[in-house]
Design a protein around this ligand. Structure first.
Ligand code: NAP
Ligand code: ZN
Ligand code: ZN
Length: 347
């Protein structure tokens, strides 16, 4: 067993606190990653605070992991000691179902082992995430990270990056697309960067007037304040696709009004309460509502390679581990520009 330092939520009420646990020994096909940086996703907050009703405690959150390979098993072929590697939102899956066979492991019909707040393939052993000093993973579920990029700013690509890249690719967003990104947070700001990189016309729809200049700096062509009823009305039927990254309750009917005939609202944000959608928000313009979850290993690697080629990384604020509880408070107040990343050397 490998003793590992971490920060954990011990229950849904108290702040995260120092914690120690054991990682498994490095198996034949495993690599040991010494974690350098871990991004802070709003899903960490939802789960640490029990907002999705599926929390397992103690919980070591964190699924935007970048680190250095410190040890490799005897049958590992793709990594060597010293390589930079990443881990995203899952660390294993059944490997045999149709989704796994197609490289869409996140939609595994068997058991997917989420990086934390999940269980290993035995469906018993809890998994623990990246707010920790090290992690052991089968090399198949690790990602190659180009050492050319700024590693602290790469960490958020492992969740915020792939979660926005994948649906924009799936719905074939390109130079003829007019899209909007709803919510300019960790996911949202990556959605803007990918939307622009794919050649689309991108509007940011936000509740925060103060983010308008940043939206433009990030590449957005337009900015719409969602609390301005007139502006929302003028934007009726404007977009082919809206990517909804909002983490809190909001009205989907007014969002849908801005979508064109046959257009799609793609939900990636997961507010704790279920939204109410009126059929008349969909029927008269044959609109669709869809959802999308992170991305598979193949597509996550494709996204990381795309980012290395185009020089795309996240806009981050680096924090020491001891600042995590304050970072959660700030994220809930929309006070993050645009992703907190923990410097794991400070653990
Ligand atoms: P985040 O950085 O906190 O950003 C969320 C944004 O939502 C905020 O910046 C804010 O943008 C907007 N917002 C917050 N409260 C709002 C409210 N009451 N009404 C309207 N807008 C509000 O969060 P994140 O890390 O990007 O995560 C966003 C959501 O995606 C979370 O629910 C998370 O769990 C989920 N998620 C899903 C997946 C997936 O696979 N589907 C993966 C990762 C995360 P403005 O200031 O611009 O309004
Ligand atoms: Zn996440
Ligand atoms: Zn599977």
């Amino acid at each position: 067993m490998l003793p590992t330092k971490a920060y954990a939520a011990l229950n849904e009420k108290t702040p995260l606190a120092p914690f120690e646990f054991n990682r498994r020994e490095v198996g034949d096909k495993d690599i040991l990653i010494e974690i350098l940086y871990c991004g802070v996703c709003h899903s960490d907050i939802h789960q640490a605070r029990g907002e999705w009703g599926n929390s397992i405690f103690p919980m070591v959150p964190g699924h935007e992991i970048v680190g250095k390979v410190a040890k490799v098993g005897s049958k590992v072929t793709n990594y060597k000691v010293g390589d930079i590697a990443g881990i995203g939102c899952f660390v294993d899956s059944c490997r045999t179902c149709p989704s796994c066979s197609q490289g869409e492991e996140q939609y595994c019909q068997g058991h997917v082992s989420f990086t934390y707040n999940g269980t290993e393939q035995d469906q018993k052993t809890p998994t623990h995430g990246g707010y920790s000093s090290q992690i052991v993973v089968d090399e198949k579920y690790a990602l190659k990270v180009s050492p050319k990029l700024d590693l602290q700013a790469v960490a958020p690509l492992l969740c915020a990056g792939i979660t926005t890249y994948s649906p924009l690719r799936h719905w074939k967003v390109g130079p003829n697309s007019k899209i909007a990104i709803l919510g300019l947070g960790g996911l949202g700001h990556m959605g803007v960067k990918f939307g622009k990189a794919f050649g689309a016309h991108v509007t940011v729809i936000s509740t925060s007037k103060s983010k308008e200049a940043d939206a433009k700096r990030l590449g957005a062509d337009d900015f719409l304040l969602s609390t301005d009823a007139d502006a929302v009305q003028k934007a009726a039927e404007r977009f082919d696709l809206i990517l909804d990254t909002v983490s809190a309750e909001h009205d989907l009917n007014s969002v849908l009004s801005m979508i064109k005939l046959d257009g799609t609202l793609v939900l990636v944000g997961v507010p704790p309460q279920a939204p109410a959608v009126h059929p008349f928000s969909l029927i008269p313009r044959r609109r669709s509502i869809a959802g999308s979850m992170i991305g598979g290993i193949r597509e996550t690697q494709e996204m990381l390679d795309f980012c290395a080629e185009k020089g795309i990384v996240s806009d981050i604020e680096l924090i020491p581990m001891s600042e995590i509880n304050n970072a959660y408070v700030r994220m809930i107040k929309n006070d993050v520009r645009y992703r907190f990343v923990i410097d794991m050397q400070t653990l």
